[in-house]
Ligand binder design. Structure first.
Ligand code: UDP
Length: 264
């Protein structure tokens, strides 16, 4: 099927630009484009925990495509162009801002641990946090002061990223609420997209159950990567459930021959 793709470039002839924990970036078919490839690797606790989860990359590719397509359609700028195949999407090349932007609606994870707020407590308002992307340092939380003092982003870029984060949070909260899922928190990344002399901040990377906390509204069941972090099992089934509710998967059958059934 991949070979029917008009711009298919055989794997072995592609130049690999970058390999991360869950994704690989290859040179794209045109200047200014890249191919983002979703692997099946699941990692947590700064790579101390690592496992291959069959089918995860395929699901994240589809779920992230769905989210980014809708963001684009709403006029929220992203790096996403289109999905190429089961594991890959064509994206615009951006300069990644070395920050993870976390938006929280409900207390969980590190916020609960750090501040002693019980998981599940609805926050008085959505909270935006910044973490400096550094595996060596374990992605420390940083303030706007650190970000501007060390030149990771300008005050204007911080404003732009916060405005994008609020819009993405509003969209995602509504999207998931509509399918019976509470968006507890999520992480996003931004990039600088150059168009001639003009630069603008766009949403980059991925938005998937790897980077969101998603709880079933009725049962509070976790439908996200916490199932892996907390050894709960059923990771692929949970991601399939998210995809099924979003209308991406036809049904919720167990994967046959190593992959879920997908609508083309
Ligand atoms: N997150 C992520 N990548 C990271 C750290 C966090 O995608 O490197 C996401 C995580 O899935 C959750 C949100 O950001 O949806 C907030 O994570 P938190 O700070 O609570 O950290 P954790 O409990 O994952 O250590």
């Amino acid at each position: 099927m991949d070979f029917l793709e008009p711009r298919y470039i055989p794997m072995n002839r592609r130049r690999r630009i970058y390999e991360g924990k869950a994704k690989i970036l290859y040179e794209g078919p045109e200047p200014g484009t890249l191919i983002q490839h979703f692997k099946d690797d699941a990692t947590a606790f700064n790579n101390k925990k690592h496992q291959i989860v069959d089918g995860k990359g395929v699901l994240n590719n589809r779920i992230s495509e769905y989210v980014f397509m809708h963001l684009n359609a709403m006029g929220i700028p992203t790096h996403f162009i289109r999905r190429l195949n089961m594991r890959e999407q064509l994206i615009r090349e951006v300069e990644i801002v070395p920050l993870e932007i976390v938006v929280r609606n409900v207390a969980a994870g590190s916020l609960s641990q750090r501040l002693g707020i019980e998981e599940g407590t609805v926050l008085p308002r959505s909270i935006i946090e910044f973490y400096y992307k550094s595996d060596e340092l374990g992605d420390p939380m940083v303030s706007e002061e650190h970000i501007t003092a060390f030149g990771w982003a300008t005050p204007q870029e911080i404003d732009d990223m916060m405005a994008l984060a609020i819009r993405v949070n509003d969209f995602l909260s509504g999207l998931f609420l509509g399918v019976g899922i509470r968006l507890v928190d999520f992480k996003m990344e931004c990039g600088r997209l150059w168009e001639g002399d003009m630069m603008r901040i766009v949403v980059a990377d991925e938005i998937s159950p790897d980077s969101c906390r998603l709880w079933d509204i009725a049962s509070n069941e976790k439908l996200d990567k916490d199932r892996f972090r907390r050894d709960m099992g059923g990771l692929v089934e949970a991601y399939q459930e998210v995809a099924r509710r979003l209308g991406i998967l036809v049904d919720n059958e167990p994967p046959a021959n190593g992959g879920p059934r997908l609508v083309q």
